[in-house]
Design a protein around this ligand. Structure first.
Ligand code: ADP
Ligand code: 5GP
Length: 390
């Protein structure tokens, strides 16, 4: 940003960027917005290529460009931005698709504060708002060879439109039938280390001598496809995810015995003898932690595959009726260019205009700030759509 801003912080206070107060109604205006929270003014500017963020700090009198985490919104016909509380801005894209109209720029949430601890810079993070009851992602862990991949494949084949796999990054070499971008993003250690430093990862761990990690993008791609995300990660990764803001269901898969685990690993025939022995050694600690760490909501024994698969479906609530319906994704709404917004107590109402021709009713997106869930890195849930008669 240039040294001298075209407007002062006081101008901003009186301009587009006033924080909204109870009952105050704003019409969305431009694709460049300024929003004041405390001493800071957040400038969100959209160009044809990107949406950028800059911060003016009133106490230092300086502009700065923050580190921006997460994949932010793509440019649109414009946007409006409002401070919904001290820790995040609501950003509404004009004329955007149902999946893409509501965004949050987190400026002082727990996740952002955690990130700031390790770096002396301003940090903000994007999170996309999801309308309806978005499903919780599913984290599956267990020792190598227990059958995680087999169970996940069964689930993804039976419920193709419902589940999406979070494709991890790894520095290990591909197995014979593994495809880059499908089973893993196979990568060099130096590249992955750089991306970890650039905070592209939700979690990462060193497993059996290689680096593995879930990029923020891997999870977002699945959410964008309006599917329920499945993560196959080790216990260390599950612990990191548990500590973060991604609300998920954590499932640990146990082998019936160490002998059977060894048999399965050998029968798979994908590892060298040295690798098999290393994986078996690590399995003992993983099983111990899986059972006792308190990370996991459910422990499933994979003795007979079909029984274990039935139990997995049961705990995910996939009964006969959901199989028949193949569960539809959360609903969305087309946000017109000319939406308006009002706030009453902790609720924000986004007026999306009338429904169809001649009907005296309209769509409202309702966002109760006290019920927002999740957030960066990932999605913000807790938005609802309702129709009101006018
Ligand atoms: P993971 O993904 O946990 O490393 P895999 O899904 O690759 O494990 O399974 C390892 C091997 O064990 C595969 O050859 C698979 O076909 C086999 N397998 C999986 N579940 C069972 C089971 N319940 N009984 C016997 N073999 C199994
Ligand atoms: P494999 O080499 O057999 O594919 O995987 C080895 C181990 O790495 C498995 O326990 C698997 O769950 C774990 N793993 C795979 N992807 C990730 C990841 O993104 N993060 C973490 N922490 N572990 C992973």
């Amino acid at each position: 940003m240039g040294e001298a801003p075209a407007f002062t912080a006081d101008d901003l206070q009186n301009g587009n960027g006033f924080p909204i107060s109870n009952g105050f109604v704003l019409k969305s205006k431009t694709s460049e917005t300024t929003t004041v929270i405390g001493d800071k003014t957040y400038l969100i500017a959209g160009s044809d290529e990107s949406i950028g963020v800059e911060i003016y700090n009133k106490s230092t009198g300086k502009w700065m460009i923050p580190i921006v985490l997460g994949k932010g919104p793509k440019p649109s016909k414009g946007h409006s931005a409002f401070a919904i509380n001290e820790d995040r801005l609501l950003v509404i894209k004009k004329g955007a698709s149902p999946e893409d109209c509501i965004w949050f720029l987190e400026v002082d949430t727990q996740y952002v504060r955690e990130q700031k601890k390790t770096v002396n810079a301003e940090i903000v993070a994007w999170s996309k708002g999801v309308i309806g009851n978005a499903w919780k992602p599913i984290v599956i862990s267990g020792p190598s060879g227990v059958g995680k991949g087999t169970l996940i494949s069964l689930l993804m084949n039976e419920f193709q439109s419902m589940f999406g796999f979070s494709v991890s990054h790894t520095t290990r070499k591909p197995r014979e039938l593994e495809k880059d971008g499908v089973h893993y993003h196979f990568t060099e250690r130096s590249v992955m280390e750089k991306e970890i430093k650039d905070r592209k990862f939700l979690e990462f761990a060193s497993v059996h001598g290689n680096l593995y990690g879930t990029s923020i993008e891997a999870v977002e791609v699945v959410a964008d496809a309006r599917k329920r995300c499945i993560l196959d990660i080790d216990v260390q990764g599950a612990r990191s995810v548990r500590a973060g803001s991604l609300e998920a269901i954590f499932i640990f898969i146990c082998p019936p015995s160490m002998e059977q685990l060894e048999e399965r690993l050998r029968a798979r025939g994908t590892e060298t003898e040295e690798q098999i022995l290393k994986r078996l050694r690590n399995a003992k600690a993983e099983i111990e932690q899986g059972k006792t760490s308190g990370i996991f909501d459910h422990i499933l024994y994979n003795d007979k595959l079909d029984e274990c698969y039935e139990n997995l479906k049961k705990l995910l609530g996939l009964d006969e009726s959901t199989v028949a319906n193949n569960q539809t994704a959360p609903r969305g709404i087309d946000l017109p260019v000319d939406h308006s917004l009002s706030k009453i107590d902790s609720k924000i109402f986004i007026d999306c205009g009338t429904l169809g021709s001649g009907k005296a009713s309209k769509n409202l997106i309702v966002l109760d700030v006290s019920f927002l869930k999740g957030g960066a890195p990932g999605r913000t849930r807790g938005l609802d759509v309702c129709t009101v008669d006018s």
